[in-house]
Design a protein around this ligand. Structure first.
Ligand SMILES: C[S@@+](CC[C@H](N)C(=O)[O-])C[C@H]1O[C@@H](n2cnc3c(N)ncnc32)[C@H](O)[C@@H]1O
Length: 429
C-alpha cells in the first residue's frame, strides 16, 4: 500500500445591423449549462473568468476568442447565443433570417471544427424543423445528423422578462411555441465520455484544442459586427450553438472509460465545495477510473494524493487516464477497507461509493458502507473532512443517524445520467 507522499426586443420589422455592443464594448453573448444541482458552482467559476461581463445567471458577454470558456470545469457545455427577432421558428426560414442564422453559426463551426449538426427544440420532428435542417445543410456545408450531430443547435423562446405572450395564429403547432426542456438533451449527452470526431475530419485540430492560451482575436469579433442586436428583444427566439463538438464534461484526459465513471463536473464541484487546500493529504478510496484524483490534481497542489481500488482493471484504467492527463498520482490495487495505513493519515477523504448492483462484499452495501465509515474514521485526521457521493440515500442517511462518530451535512444533490446522487460532507464528532 503506498504511503501518502509529498507532491502537486421587441418584434418589429428587421432593424439595420449595428456593431455589437456588450455592456461595455464589443463582444459576443454566451450561455453555459451545468448539471441540475451544480448551477451555483458553475456560475461561481464563471465569475472568476477575466473578461466575463454582464453575467445574468449562466448568460453573459465575453470579448474575443472564447477558448477560455471551453476550459470551464464546472459546466457541461458552453454555447454562443443570439436572439432572433422572430415570433416563431418558422420565420427563421425567411431569406434574411436564414442568412443571419448561417452567419451566426458558421463562425462557431470554424471555431469548433464540428463535422455535422443537430437541432434541439420542441417540435424537432415538425415540418418547420425539417425544412430548417435542410436549409442549414446547404448553408453550413455539414450534414444534419438528428441524433449525433456534433454542432448542437438549441432553439427556445427568449427568456426576456418583458416578453409579451402573443397568441399563436390559428393552426400553429403547440410544440413550436413551447420552450424545449432546458435539460432535454443534456442528460443523455452530458455524461458521454467517448472520443471526439469532428476535429479530425477538418484536418487541422479546431482552435479550442489547438490554442493553449490565445489572445482575443479580431476575426471572432468581426463575425459579430453584423450580427448582435443592440438591445434585447421583448420577444423572439434564442438560438444557442454549442462551441465544442463534445460536452465540456467529456475531458480530454479520459483515455479509459469505466462503467460508473463519474461525470467530471461533479468531481470538480465536490472539491470546490469541500475546499481546495495545499496542505491537505488527500485519499480517494474506491477510485475507479480516477476522475476524482485527476480533477483534484488539476485544481492545484496538495500535500499528498492517493487512490486505491480493489479491482485491478479499475486501477489500470485510472493509471491510463492519469497518464493521459499528464499527472503523477499514486493509485494502487488495495482494499479500501483494509489499507494498512496509519491512523489519521489524511485531511481530506473523498469517495464515490459503489451502489445498486455493484455490491462488493458479503452483506451487500449496508455492510460495505458500515465498514467504510469505520475505516475512514480511523484514517481521517482530527480536523479532517470526509466527502461521500452516493446513490444509496436512504441507506446512507440511516447509517449516519445510527452512529455517533460522524456529523454529516448535505453538500448537493445532482441530476446526472438519469440518477440523483447526493454528496455529503462529514466531519468527526
Ligand atoms: C462508483 S465506482 C467509482 C467510480 C469513480 N469515481 C470513477 O469516476 O470512475 C466504485 C468503485 O469502488 C471500487 N470498490 C468497491 N469496493 C471496494 C473496496 N472494498 N476497496 C476498494 N475499491 C472498491 C469498485 O471497484 C469501483 O471501481
Amino acid at each position: 500500500m503506498p504511503r501518502p507522499s509529498p507532491q502537486t426586443s421587441r418584434r418589429s420589422s428587421h432593424r439595420p445591423s449595428k456593431r455589437p455592443s456588450g455592456p461595455s464594448g464589443p463582444g459576443a453573448e454566451y450561455e453555459t449549462e451545468a448539471l441540475d444541482g451544480l448551477e451555483a458552482v458553475a456560475q461561481e467559476e464563471l465569475k472568476q473568468v477575466p473578461g466575463v461581463r454582464d453575467q445574468r445567471g449562466s448568460r453573459f458577454w465575453f470579448p474575443g476568442d472564447p477558448t477560455r470558456l471551453t476550459r470551464l470545469r464546472g459546466s457541461v457545455a458552453v454555447y454562443r447565443i443570439k436572439t432572433f427577432d422572430v415570433p416563431r421558428p418558422k420565420a427563421l426560414l425567411g431569406h434574411q433570417q436564414l442568412g443571419e442564422l448561417s452567419a451566426f453559426l458558421l463562425p462557431v463551426i470554424a471555431y469548433g471544427g464540428h463535422g455535422s449538426f443537430r437541432l434541439s427544440a420542441a417540435g424537432r420532428e415538425s415540418s418547420t424543423m425539417r425544412r430548417l435542417a435542410e436549409e442549414l445543410e446547404t448553408s453550413l456545408g455539414i450534414p444534419h445528423l438528428p441524433d449525433e450531430g456534433e454542432l448542437l443547435i438549441r432553439l427556445r423562446p427568449t427568456e426576456n422578462p418583458n416578453r409579451q405572450v402573443v397568441a399563436p395564429p390559428p393552426g400553429q403547432r403547440e410544440e413550436e411555441r413551447r420552450a424545449p426542456s432546458p435539460h432535454g438533451e443534456r442528460n443523455s449527452r452530458a455524461n458521454y465520455q467517448g472520443g471526439g470526431r469532428g476535429a479530425a475530419r477538418t484536418g487541422a485540430p479546431p482552435r479550442w484544442l489547438r490554442d493553449a492560451d490565445p489572445a482575443p482575436t479580431e476575426s471572432w469579433d468581426e463575425e459579430e459586427q453584423e450580427a448582435a442586436p443592440e438591445a434585447p428583444f421583448e420577444e423572439g427566439w434564442d438560438v444557442l450553438a454549442r462551441l465544442t463538438p463534445r460536452p465540456l464534461s467529456a475531458r480530454a484526459w479520459r483515455a479509459c472509460n469505466m462503467a460508473g465513471g463519474l461525470n467530471a463536473t461533479i468531481a470538480y464541484a465536490i472539491f470546490k465545495l469541500a475546499g481546495v487546500r495545499e496542505a491537505d493529504r488527500i485519499f480517494n478510496p474506491m477510485s475507479g477510473s480516477g476522475t476524482l484524483l485527476i480533477e483534484r490534481d488539476l485544481l492545484g497542489p496538495s500535500a499528498a494524493l492517493v487512490g486505491v481500488d480493489n479491482d485491478p482493471a479499475a486501477v489500470r484504467c485510472a493509471q491510463q487516464n492519469i497518464q493521459a492527463a499528464g499527472r503523477q498520482i499514486e493509485v494502487a490495487e488495495v482494499d479500501a477497507l483494509n489499507t494498512g495505513l496509519p491512523p489519521r493519515s489524511f485531511e481530506l477523504i473523498v469517495a464515490d461509493l459503489p451502489w445498486g448492483d455493484a455490491i462488493t462484499v458479503p452483506g451487500g452495501n449496508e455492510a460495505l458502507y458500515t465498514a467504510f465509515l469505520r475505516e475512514m474514521h480511523r484514517l481521517c485526521s482530527r480536523q479532517g473532512r470526509l466527502v461521500v457521493l452516493t446513490h444509496e440515500l436512504k441507506l446512507f442517511e440511516r447509517l449516519i443517524a445510527e452512529q455517533d462518530r460522524w456529523h454529516a451535512h448535505e453538500l448537493f444533490q445532482v441530476y446526472s445520467g438519469g440518477h440523483h446522487p447526493k454528496a455529503y460532507l462529514l466531519s468527526r464528532n
